[in-house]
Design a protein around this ligand. Sequence first.
Ligand SMILES: Nc1ncnc2c1ncn2[C@@H]1O[C@H](COP(=O)(O)OP(=O)(O)O)[C@@H](O)[C@H]1O
Ligand SMILES: [Mg+2]
Length: 406
Amino acid sequence: MTADSGLVERLRRERDELARELERARAGATFAEAVENSSEAIVVYDADGLLVACNQNFRDLYGYTAEEAKPGVHFAELGRIDVERGNVVVGDEFGGGEAYLQRKAEYRARLQGSFIVRLKDGRWIKTTDRPMRRGGFVSVQVDVTDIKNNEEELRLAKEQAEEANRLKSEFLANISHDLRTPLNSIIGFSDMILSEAWGPVGHEKYREYIDAIKYSGELLLGLVGDILDTARLESGRYRLDETEVDLPALSRALAATFEPVVASKDLDLAVEAAPGFPATARADERVVAQVVNNLVANACKHTGPRGRVRVQWSLRPGGRVRLTVRDNGPGMPPALVAKVGEPFLQPGAYVAQDGPRGTGLGLFICKRFAEIMGGVMEICSSPGAGTAVSVEWPLSETAERRAKSG
Ligand SMILES: Nc1ncnc2c1ncn2[C@@H]1O[C@H](COP(=O)(O)OP(=O)(O)O)[C@@H](O)[C@H]1O
Ligand SMILES: [Mg+2]
């Protein structure tokens, strides 16, 4: 190789190196221009917290002059300007002023996550700072006012909806309560007349009418009770009131009240407790009674003449108690089974043709009561194969759950 060719080689290398440097400079300039034209406010501080560079958006956002937001100024200095001018009125949830400066300093010591401030013109700004390789950090500040406002609107709408729902439940609870009083007197006085307490009923037709009045009164009382329970459950204010209850004995007492329908349809209704079932268990008697009552009422209502209805109590592994009300009635179509547990099951093909129409709240109430006791309700039913509705809940946990939810 000659001296000349060595020189040429070196010049060539230097030329390539210069070209690469030019390329890098161009890329840098392009990037700097992109930062300047970015829609966000961007600022870079060095390891000592001194400003290295920022774009015009950054100055505009806080109203800094070029003199104030110049290289070499500390971010705390700019923060002080914010506080003095009242630029930042809310430092996230912690308030503005010194608390804001303190929090900003703490955030910048960690450089994790983001924090949000509100400016005096009402804009919400989200700042996200990230460390740079050679120390210092880059801070990107985005206007999130739209998002914040949407959040606020959603929150307000949700609050209003909850309030409206609460008022509805309260209204239902009050009106149901007020409806019960006159109904009880209608039923009570019908009873008195039927028993001919103060002398005989003059005409057989009158006896029939009083019978019908009493029957309708009881029906209405049942519906009002369903609505009241639903309102209580919906308002989420149902509190369990537990005592020691003999569950099979309670069920037998309730089953006895179905005597009229049992007699008229010649039903075979019985309560069974599995061997070893505890004599008493802690439970909310009213809740259990309501569940047994609704399930037995359904079974008796839908099962045809000489049908069989069983109320069965058993213990399941893990200290769970299980109630099953089983009938050999017509069963339920799958479409209805799928909907059970929704309130107000709409009258349709599946509504019982014989007997009075219900509110469609009975099974909904049972399901919710089961859940309140920390348990579940299951339905096993198909057309022609009868229906078995089970409610299963943990015996020991209920007191614990109540403590948690109370
Ligand atoms: N044991 C049952 N056998 C057949 N159908 C039933 C049975 N229990 C409930 N159903 C059906 O489920 C529907 C909803 O029951 P429920 O929630 O108790 O409301 P309601 O009794 O007021 O109609 C009933 O209308 C009936 O069609
Ligand atoms: Mg019912």
